[in-house]
Design a protein around this ligand. Sequence first.
Ligand SMILES: [Zn+2]
Ligand SMILES: [Zn+2]
Length: 179
Amino acid sequence: MRFSSIIIQPFRPEDSIDRGFITEKLEEIFSLPVVWKSPMGLPAAAFDPARRQYLGSYFLRELLSLVQGENIVLGIVSVDLYEPGLNFVFGVASGYTRTAVISTFRLHNSFYGLPEDPAVFNERVLKEAVHEIGHTLGLGHCPNPECVMHFSNSIADTDRKSYMFCPSCYSKVKAAIGL
Ligand SMILES: [Zn+2]
Ligand SMILES: [Zn+2]
């Protein structure tokens, strides 16, 4: 399949994201142009007042209208996401609709009581973005703890892995994108 672009849709501005860095790296990794949309509001219906979290998969529905032709759509939210049966998720993706969403809520050092570090934060955002885009291309989780497709159960898992695919996963990416 031929993909045309990666569309990034922020929900509410996330000021601490270095868009230049994310754009440059995503374009390098996937060989696709990255286009940022202006922020749209949070879907109120996705909020669970008892959990004080937002249902991740709800955002995928919101992103469907942006799926045109052969693009991949990535949402970015600053609120905490969950999925049924999980305490939280860093992100969620659908390989059928090629939509994904990531949350920056638990990517800030301050969430863990540590001083903010913009470089660390932006690298975490990139890792979660590459991971979820990998899912939209049909990739599953990878047993290699340094591969970006390794499952992150905690921020330590995210920090351990790189933002790159291992050779085996990258060959699947290339096949999916038609590189
Ligand atoms: Zn995953
Ligand atoms: Zn891998």
